[in-house]
Ligand binder design. Sequence first.
Ligand code: SAH
Length: 242
Amino acid sequence: MKIYVIGLGPGGEEQMTLRAVRALEQCDCIAGYPLYLQLIDNLIVGKERIETPMKREVERCAAARDAALAGKTVAMVSSGDAGVYGMAGVMHEVCEAYPDIEIEVIPGVTAACAGAAVLGAPLIHDFAVISLSDLLTPWEKIEKRLCAAAEADFVICLYNPSSKKRADYLQRACDYILQYRAAETCCGTVHSIGREGEHGELCTLAELRDKKVDMFTTVIIGNSQTRVIHGKLVTPRGYKDV
Ligand code: SAH
């Protein structure tokens, strides 16, 4: 009995790993959020699908587990990397009482790395990834992590920077970070990485505070050394003789 938990990368087929493509070929049944299944539509023609809407993740994993128990080889797909705000953890939890099910996690290119490549090379040094979604994490904890990362001069990558219900979260996050970081700190946003309409933009931390972004955006806030070189966001690695 086998379940693959597969990271699809940020968008198109060209950003998937070969290992992910090969694993999908092995499977009889593919589980995932409908938008992600749509992105790999031509790779899963004729395969059974388990689709449940957003916020029904546990249910989706249980359905995948039941398909595996019925003898099918199942893939649970996530965008980016399945182990970064994805389905890999919950799949292990849901199968805890079923040790005969083998779970193989196949890594993918996470939005932080794919987005960084669009902007230049901002993550070259220590960085912190923080999600602004308070669906599963209390806001006080998010606030604490933002402040700790800002104080320690990490490059900060924000996932889930906004949604209809959380329209001002990015603004609030920038206000915390501005307590420790200069208003001119170099930042960038990337929308729809690897998908139609991919768009990267550079700005200062002060400008980021007033920017409208949506949930298909990844935000990168530079550290105190990050600068712009020929329109690209670059964090120096520290080499002295360049
Ligand atoms: N497992 C995913 C992350 C899921 S959390 C990964 O590893 O990439 C969802 C958040 O990830 C979004 O709100 C956004 O901030 C970021 N994200 C995921 N895919 C993206 C894409 N194609 N373009 C821009 N941001 C993306």
